[in-house]
Design a protein. Structure first.
Length: 388
């Protein structure tokens, strides 16, 4: 009976008809219907009725908006859209919170559909304020994040409700970034978001959050890999290099967090994340360092071959990682350093020697040889100290 009454209620505007100057009355009528459904949710959790009411509201708005019947007052329309958003946002978990019931798939569907409808309808309604669209989306993200964290803090809902609200909030942050920011800042903001997600997920022991962060870090890093153009920007100090530095730092931070917390993650998670992120970070670091060195040589028109400078820069980077690994007692960084030395030696033997002048060949062999001897001595001494 409730479903039939709801269908009849939403069909009434189509049967009676509506003129363009009756938009406020039409939307007010729909709000009243939705409030009745919300009142029923105080006693009964009829999920099918909730979804039907939402679908009816969205259809009525879309149909009349497509007929230009609602293009009267932007503020009035937005107030009604906000009312729909609050009603269905509350309807999605009101009964479950009140009666301590678990969240189900239809509830999540209503939450996702509600924000999707409100966001798309609001951005279309507020199209004359497109400079503020990103901040508008970001404000919604903050709302969802605050609600989700408050629910978790008070333990007033189940884990699915928390993850659903948190996921919507994080998705809104990701959407807001390209809307509000220019292209050079988009990848940078996504990389920062990814690092924060991984760290926050690990601290909160929430697998869904840190997994989302790792995936976002991976895709964001791939997106910015081809943005650097030799000779087009000042080496080292430019937006493209900053994005690369964040990606490299992100992968090494993820490696360190997983490597230093063996009891926090299961064996499969550590196997999938720890050393692959170290390999990606190492590859990106060597690649970016080669780009920067080549850019410096060409930008400042230095009088020597960049292939020689790249090998020396890689060796210096390996020394830095070895020093950090020894000083901070991070064995994983020492392994990364040894891998960098190995890659550098292979590059020198296969590529550098055949293309360098005899003077540079002698210099690079002596330099790298001295570095390897020094590192080997320091590493051996460190290993003996650990054994004792």
């Amino acid at each position: 009976m409730a479903i039939i009454s709801t269908i009849g209620g939403f069909l009434s505007p189509f049967l009676i008809g509506s003129q363009s100057d009756q938009a406020a009355a039409l939307l007010g009528y729909i709000v009243v219907l939705d409030l009745v459904i919300l009142y029923l949710a105080y006693y009964k959790n009829w999920r099918s009725l909730n979804l039907l009411s939402f679908a009816g509201t969205a259809i009525v708005y879309i149909v009349y908006n497509s007929q230009s019947s609602l293009n009267q007052e932007t503020l009035i329309i937005e107030l009604f859209l906000a009312a729909f958003f609050v009603i269905f946002g509350t309807l999605a978990f009101f009964y479950n919170l009140r009666h301590q019931k678990p969240t189900k798939a239809p509830d999540v569907l209503l939450m996702v559909g509600n924000i999707a409808f409100f966001l798309s309808a609001s951005l279309e309604n507020l199209n004359q304020f497109n400079d503020w669209h990103g901040l508008f989306v970001l404000s919604l993200a903050v709302l969802y994040l605050v609600v989700s964290l408050n629910i978790q803090r008070k333990k007033s809902g189940d884990n699915l409700l928390f993850l659903s609200l948190l996921g919507i909030g994080l998705a809104l942050v990701t959407i807001a970034i390209p809307i509000q920011l220019e292209e050079p800042w988009v990848d940078i903001a996504w990389l920062v978001e990814a690092i924060v997600l991984v760290y926050g997920g690990i601290r909160a022991e929430n697998k869904g959050v840190w997994r989302s962060g790792v995936l976002l870090l991976l895709f964001s890093s791939l997106a910015q890999m081809n943005t650097f153009v030799l000779g087009k920007a000042i080496p080292v100090f430019n937006f493209y290099s900053l994005g690369a530095y964040l990606a490299i730092a992100g992968f090494f931070l993820v490696f360190y967090w997983f490597y230093s917390r063996p009891d926090t993650f299961d064996r499969l998670e550590r196997k999938i994340v720890t050393w692959p992120t170290a390999a990606l970070g190492t590859g990106l670091a060597l690649r970016q360092l080669a780009r920067e060195v080549s850019a410096i040589v060409h930008y400042y028109q230095l009088g020597f071959q960049d292939i020689f400078a790249v090998s020396l820069a890689w060796a210096v980077l390996a020394i830095i990682f070895m020093a950090i690994g020894m000083l901070k007692e991070i064995k994983g960084f020492r392994y990364i350093s040894l891998a960098m030395f190995g890659i550098t030696v292979i590059k020198i033997m296969l590529f550098d020697l055949s293309s360098l002048a005899i003077v540079f060949r002698v210099v690079i062999l002596l330099t790298v040889g001295a570095i390897l001897v020094g590192v080997s001595f320091a590493y051996l001494r460190k290993e003996r100290g650990e054994q004792k």
